[in-house]
Ligand binder design. Structure first.
Ligand SMILES: [Zn+2]
Length: 128
């Protein structure tokens, strides 16, 4: 079982995480792009995330593919205790910035990809 990675268009394998499965969430992970996809049971993609390490700290850029009001929202997270893809989930996740209609750092969603994620997030970290 796999999904297609948005960024490289290759297969991202299913990496089940026990705790996420309890919520009916299926986790897929593309190692090439450090991109994580969470699908709801039944197939719809709920969120897309890109992970990046800056100065030995792990950050996650996540945006909702589906949300209750159909408005896309994106968040920048700091991951205090990173999990292991396919094994454990992240712990100690802190929202640093949010974007979208109700965002605290802008109402539009920045176009962030594995290619530009480092530069863009460095810029946000300076502003925070
Ligand atoms: Zn990929």
């Amino acid at each position: 079982m796999e999904t297609t990675c948005t960024f490289c268009n290759k297969g991202a394998p299913y990496m089940p995480q026990k705790e996420m499965e309890q919520y009916g969430a299926k986790v897929y992970y593309c190692k090439r792009c450090h991109a994580e996809y969470i699908h709801w049971e039944g197939g719809a993609r709920a969120t897309t995330s890109i992970y990046i390490t800056i100065n030995d700290k792990l950050y996650r850029w996540s945006y909702a593919n589906l949300s209750w009001d159909k408005m896309p929202t994106a968040r920048l997270w700091y991951i205090e205790h990173p999990g292991i893809p396919g094994e454990t989930r992240n712990q100690g996740c802190v929202v640093l910035a949010s974007f979208g209609p109700h965002g605290t750092h802008g109402t539009s969603i920045p176009d962030i990809t594995p290619r530009n994620v480092k530069q863009k997030i460095k810029t946000y970290l300076v502003m925070l």
